[in-house]
Design a binder for this molecule. Structure first.
Ligand code: 6R9
Length: 651
């Protein structure tokens, strides 16, 4: 991100007129949120309906030995009541979800009343199956209305949902089911995306065949395609059959604000994916409030977030935030390139979408198609655009602004993480002038800081590691089943501070520019992947002795996956084996983890203590081997020259 790209886009006239917050109000609210978090959040927590009002607001400390994060701790509420029941009187017959199918001829509107009735029925179904408060329910589903129903039904009875992205393999699904000790799985017969079917139920069966996943008692199967699927009478049940006799009356379980709402697995720099646990009160206040202010949401707006329920963005900004605000949220089953690349523009026009929230990788893919993909849509209804998931390069920002947004819609570049529950750094469109590529300024209550590698806080214009100094309500509370790992991962690098894992630059106006991960986490098309995960998948292959995985710059995906593989003695490095290894990783994790480049390596650069020096491997992968830096600590420097000589490159 070069300095000369700092063209400023001032707040537009139309936003000045309509916005919830202008610059003066942002400054005033931000200052209060930091100086008086009790008062500020105490007031804003009231945006929800509490069955028992809270009297305490913030009880948090980042002190390592006494780490504790509690918000609204004596209050009680239910998330499904806040997303559904609360709206029935005023907007029961208003659309809650606009479903747009993979097939462009299929769409339907679901009202708040209908969604409420379905949710209550399914909540009763879950109870009959034996699900109770605190149980973990795994949801492995396509992007359909029943997925929203399943999530809300869990919330209604106090079960903890654990949504696993439908693109994950049976192995990855099984590991997540087992880690959560989940006894219940909700799935569909098959998913449909981009005209292709995804064998979800078969994948569940495969996952459950493993002796490592022994605990699942019931599998509920939603009929999406009606395709033929294997069936186990003692375990499997059809959603539609169960719903037939279910009552639509289901009193909601009163939940303490700190009771878990859901967990969601995400990748870290080491070990297996971790179950990020979010609780009820703080999460919902934060998701709803950020949705309203960042997207300047007004009653009646049609709002479309293109994420998948399998990621945190789908949780906070398709489901919980928008529904808590009584919004119309568009749920898209398909992909931006099907039936062709005009789809995004077509859907915007068809449903008169006002706000479009998507990922840089999708924008870059459309950009590569050329402007013609927007030629047969007007996108006149758009007022605001959003970006999430990875740094957006200024070229993609400008294209998004000019071609998709017709040069009239501000772009909110929202920086946040699975762990943060909601947006932490983003412009508010009526308040903050935009700079392409910058997530700009913190949301209310959020105190970012830049630290050097020793943890010293750096002031003014600077660059370093991004930490957050104090808690906000949407913060994760623990890693499911491993609180020690939670402390270690986020609070041990810089004691007393939440470490994000991201690098950041702060400019002369105090704007933040996220530069990407500084740890061993990859960001491939906005999806997080741990290098360790891909490596352990590879070494599980019988012909692989050792593997090292790094990211490298990729034009569309942001980062591509570059793999160095050392084969077991006597194995031949052939093109067939290369293909086999790509297939292997897809099977072990899923298509999102497909290696882009596999380089055969006779040896890997290691320190004398045996640690792989990824810094060097990253430079070689990025074709920057003239900038290797200090290699004097290597056990065998000759390895590096060999790797450079054998370097493969493929875009
Ligand atoms: C919401 C989400 C989190 C990581 C995060 C960072 C990257 C997300 C970004 C961004 C630059 C943005 N990231 N938004 N980087 N600008 N606007 O994506 O959560 O899947 O947990 O990923 O994504 O590196 O640390 P998650």
């Amino acid at each position: 991100m070069t300095e000369q790209h700092q063209q400023v886009y001032p707040v537009t006239e139309s936003f000045k007129k309509q916005a919830l917050v202008d610059r003066a109000k942002y400054d005033e609210m931000y200052e209060r949120s930091i100086k008086d978090p009790e008062g500020f959040w105490g007031e804003h927590g009231k945006r929800l309906e509490w069955s028992k009002p809270y009297t305490k607001v913030k009880n948090t400390t980042y002190d390592y030995d006494n780490l504790s994060i509690k918000w609204f701790e004596d209050g009680e509420l239910n998330a499904s009541v806040n997303c559904l029941d609360r709206h029935l009187e005023k907007r029961g017959d208003q659309t809650a979800i606009i479903f747009e199918g993979d097939d462009p001829s299929v769409s339907r509107h679901i009202t708040y009343r209908e969604l409420h009735a379905e949710t209550c029925k399914f909540a009763n179904v879950l109870k009959t199956l034996g699900v109770s408060k605190g149980d973990v329910v795994t949801i492995y589903m396509p992007m359909i209305v029943e997925t929203a129903v399943a999530m809300l039904a869990c919330a209604r009875i106090g079960a903890i949902h654990s949504v696993v992205f439908g693109g994950f393999s049976p192995e990855a699904l099984g590991a997540r089911i087992q880690n959560g000790k989940s006894r219940f799985v909700i799935t569909a017969d098959e998913g449909v995306r981009g005209g292709r079917t995804i064998p979800l139920k078969k994948n569940v069966d495969k996952a459950l065949e493993s002796d490592k996943v022994p605990d699942v008692e019931r599998v509920v199967v939603v009929t999406r395609t009606g395709g033929d699927v294997p069936w186990d009478e003692s375990r499997d049940a059809r959603y539609e059959d169960l719903m037939k006799s279910a009552s639509a009356d289901c009193p909601a379980e009163p939940m303490n604000a700190e009771d878990p709402l859901f967990m969601l697995y995400t990748s870290g720099s080491t070990g297996a994916p971790k179950g990020v646990l979010h609780t009820t009160g703080g999460y919902l206040v934060f998701a709803a409030m950020t949705h309203e202010y960042v997207f300047d949401y007004h009653d009646g707006d049609v709002y479309w977030c293109t994420a998948d329920f399998g990621w945190i963005t789908g949780h906070s900004y398709i489901l919980y935030g928008p529904l808590a605000n009584g919004a119309k949220t568009l749920l898209f089953e398909g992909v931006p390139s099907y039936p062709d690349t005009s789809r995004i523009g077509q859907v915007v026009d068809k449903h008169k979408v006002n706000t479009l929230y998507t990922a840089p990788t999708a924008i870059r893919a459309l950009m590569a198609e050329g402007e013609s993909c927007m030629a047969n849509s007007s996108r006149d209804s758009l007022k605001l655009l959003g970006s999430v998931g990875e740094p957006i390069n200024p070229e993609a920002w400008e294209w998004y602004y000019r071609v998709i947004g017709n040069a009239k819609c501000p772009i909110v570049d929202t920086w946040w993480q699975t762990e943060t529950g909601g947006i932490l750094i983003s412009p508010l469109p009526g308040a903050i002038d935009l700079k392409p590529g910058s997530a700009t300024l913190p949301f209310f209550g959020v105190q970012p800081a830049v630290v050097d590698n020793d943890g010293n806080v750096l002031e003014g214009k600077t660059e370093g590691n991004l930490v957050i100094l104090d808690s906000w309500p949407g913060q994760m509370r623990t890693i499911y089943g491993d609180h020690e790992r939670f402390k270690q991962t986020y609070f041990s690098t810089y004691k007393g501070r939440y470490f994000t894992g991201d690098g950041v630059r702060r400019d002369e106006d105090g704007y933040y520019w996220i530069t990407g991960r500084v740890d061993d986490v990859l960001n491939v098309s906005g999806h997080r992947l741990g290098t360790a995960e891909v490596e352990s998948a590879l070494v599980a292959h019988e012909k692989v002795a050792e593997a090292a995985v790094v990211g490298y710059p990729h034009e569309i995906k942001g980062q591509g996956i570059y793999v160095y593989v050392t084969l077991v003695h006597g194995q031949e490095p052939t093109d067939e084996l290369r293909k086999e290894l790509v297939q292997w990783v897809r099977k072990e994790i899923g298509p999102i983890a497909s290696p882009d480049v596999i380089q055969w390596a006779t040896g890997l650069p290691k320190t004398r203590s045996g640690k792989i020096m990824r810094r060097i491997l990253r430079k070689i992968a990025a074709n920057e081997h003239d900038q290797l830096g200090d290699t004097s600590t290597l056990a065998d420097p000759g390895v590096v020259d060999e790797l450079i000589a054998q370097r493969e490159f493929k875009k």
